[in-house]
Design a protein around this ligand. Structure first.
Ligand code: CMC
Length: 437
C-alpha cells in the first residue's frame, strides 16, 4: 500500500522540550499534500507555532486551485492552466472558479446575461471620480470605489451573507471593469464611455478604455483574445497575499465589497501584483542606463544595492512559473501581430537569459514570474503603466470571490486571529510626566 493511504489515520507525535508529547493529526490533500493539524496545540500544551510570513502555514483547506511550485503546475478546479489559456474565456473561468464546474450552456447564458445587466454604475458614483486628483493612482481609486459599492447595495452593506452572494458577485465582476475604465478616463481627462450590452466582457472593457465619443471604435478580436488570456492567467493563485487578505477581512464577516477592497490594496504592493508596474519601470531604467543587463544582474545579487530583479522569484514557484511561460509565448505572438518591436522585450529576454545561467539565481531557484512579461503585452495594447496592476485586479477578482464564498461556506471557519510571541518589556509602573527624565 502506498505510504499516503495510511497517513490520514496516523498522527504525528511531537515531543516538546518540557517533556510533554502531543499527537497531531495528519491531513492529506487530494494531490497528496501533507499537513500537521496544530489547532489543538496551544490548548493542550501551551505552545504555539511561529512562522513569519506564513511560509509553512496552511490557513485553510481549499478545493479551488492546485499549485505545485516545484513542478510548475497550476490548475483551476483540476483543469490545467495551459488548457484554460488555450480554450476558455475569462467569463467561463470566473464561473468555473466560483461555482466549481464549467458552466453548461444554460448556466453560461445566465451568467453572461447577468454580467451584461450589471455593467452600469449608479450615476451618483460618477461624481466620486471628480474628487480624486488626476495624479491619483488607479489602484487607490479602484479600492475606494469598490468599497463604496457597499453603500449603494443595501443588501450587501451590512454583515456578510451568502444569500446575496450570487447577485453581488456578478455585480462586482461586471462593475469593476467599468470602474477601472472610468478611472483611466478620469486620469487622461476624457469623457467616460458607458458599457454596451451587445459586447462581450473583454470587448466592452476595451471599448470603455479606448473609445472616444468623437470617433467610431472598432473592436480588434486579437486584442479581445489577448485580454481574455491575461485575465484567465491571473484569475486565482490559492492563498497568496491578497487572497489571504480577502479571507482574513471576510472572516470577521465584513461584507464582500469591503473584503475585496482590502484585497485590492494588498495586491497593489510591489512584491505582489504591483510588481508588473515595477518591471516595466525597471526595464525603462535599464534601457535609459545603456541597456547593460549584466550590470543589473550583478546589482540584484548584491544585497547592499537595494535592487531586486522585479518579476523574478516567487514564494511557491521553485520552477518556471507556468503563467509566465504562456505569457512569454503570447508576448512574441502579440507583438509580431501588432507589428511592434519593443526594446523592453529584448532587455527582458537578455535579463532572463543571464539570470537563468547565473549561480545566484540557480541556487535560489529564481525564475521569471507572471509579472515579468505581462507588462510588455499591456504596453503593446496601449494600456498605461499605472493601469497594469488594475489589469491584474480585474483578473484576480473571480478568485477572490471564489475563496470568499468557500470560506463563508466552511462550517469550521473562524475569525482569523493569529497569535504572537511577545518580546517587549515586562510589567513596569506608569511614571508621571514630572518624574520622567
Ligand atoms: N532578485 C534578487 N534576489 C531575489 C529576488 C529577486 N527578484 N527574489 C528573491 N531573491 C533572493 C532573496 O534575496 C533571498 O536571498 P538569500 O537567501 O540570500 O537571503 C532568496 O532569493 C529568497 O528570497 P525571499 O525574499 O526570502 O523569498 P520570498 O518567498 O520571501 O519572496 C518574492 C518572494 C516574490 C516577494 C521575491 O522573490 C521578490 O521580491 N521578487 C520580486 C518582486 C516580484 O516579482 N513579485 C511578484 C511575485 S509573482 C506575482 C504575485 O504573486 O503577485
Amino acid at each position: 500500500m502506498p505510504e499516503t493511504d495510511t497517513l490520514p489515520t496516523k498522527n504525528a507525535i511531537v515531543q516538546l522540550p518540557d517533556g510533554q508529547t502531543i499527537e497531531l493529526p495528519v491531513v492529506v490533500g487530494s494531490e497528496n499534500e501533507k499537513a500537521l493539524d496544530i489547532s489543538k496545540l496551544r490548548s493542550q500544551t501551551g505552545y504555539i507555532t511561529l512562522d513569519p510570513g506564513f511560509v509553512n502555514t496552511g490557513s485553510c483547506q481549499s478545493g479551488i486551485t492546485y499549485l505545485d511550485g516545484e513542478k510548475g503546475i497550476l490548475r483551476y478546479r483540476g483543469i490545467p492552466i495551459e488548457q484554460l489559456a488555450e480554450k476558455s474565456s475569462f467569463v467561463e473561468v470566473a464561473y468555473l472558479l466560483i461555482y466549481g464546474h464549467l458552466p453548461n450552456s444554460k448556466e453560461w447564458e445566465r451568467f453572461s446575461y447577468l454580467l451584461t445587466r450589471h455593467a452600469m454604475l449608479h450615476e451618483d458614483m460618477k461624481h466620486f471620480f471628480e474628487s480624486f486628483s488626476s495624479q491619483a493612482h488607479p489602484m487607490a481609486i479602484l479600492s475606494a470605489m469598490v468599497a463604496s459599492l457597499s453603500a449603494y447595495y443595501s443588501e450587501a452593506s451590512g454583515v456578510a451573507s451568502l444569500e446575496t452572494f450570487d447577485l453581488n458577485a456578478v455585480r462586482l465582476i461586471s462593475k469593476i471593469r467599468t470602474l477601472a475604465a472610468f478611472s483611466y478616463k478620469k486620469s487622461i481627462g476624457q469623457p467616460f464611455i458607458y458599457p454596451l450590452d451587445s459586447l462581450s466582457y473583454c470587448a466592452n472593457f476595451l471599448r470603455m478604455m479606448f473609445a472616444v465619443p468623437a470617433e467610431d471604435y472598432e473592436i480588434d478580436p486579437e486584442l479581445v483574445s489577448v485580454i481574455n488570456l491575461l485575465l484567465i492567467l491571473h484569475a486565482d493563485h490559492e492563498q497568496n497575499c491578497s487572497t489571504s487578505t480577502v479571507r482574513v477581512v471576510g472572516s470577521s464577516r465584513a461584507n464582500m465589497y469591503g473584503s475585496v477592497s482590502a484585497g485590492i490594496l494588498a495586491l497593489w504592493g510591489p512584491l505582489h501584483g504591483g510588481a508588473n508596474q515595477q518591471v516595466i519601470q525597471m526595464l525603462e531604467h535599464i534601457q535609459a542606463d545603456g541597456g547593460n543587463a549584466d550590470k543589473f544582474i550583478e546589482m540584484a545579487k548584491d544585497k547592499d544595492s537595494g535592487f531586486r530583479l522585479m518579476g523574478f522569484g516567487h514564494r511557491v514557484y521553485k520552477n518556471y512559473d507556468p503563467r509566465a511561460k504562456v505569457i512569454k509565448t503570447a508576448c512574441d505572438r502579440v507583438l509580431e501581430k501588432l507589428g511592434i518591436h519593443d526594446p523592453m522585450l529584448d532587455i527582458a529576454k537578455k535579463l532572463e537569459e543571464r539570470a537563468l545561467s547565473d549561480d545566484y539565481f540557480k541556487e535560489r531557484k529564481l525564475y521569471p514570474n507572471v509579472d515579468f512579461y505581462s507588462g510588455i503585452i499591456y504596453r503593446a495594447l496601449g494600456i498605461p503603466t499605472n493601469m497594469f496592476t488594475v489589469m491584474f485586479t480585474l483578473g484576480r477578482l473571480p478568485g477572490w470571490l471564489a475563496q470568499w464564498k468557500e470560506m463563508m461556506e466552511d462550517p469550521k471557519q473562524r475569525i482569523s486571529r493569529p497569535r504572537q510571541i511577545y518580546t517587549g518589556s515586562n510589567e513596569i509602573n506608569y511614571v508621571p510626566m514630572e518624574q520622567r527624565g
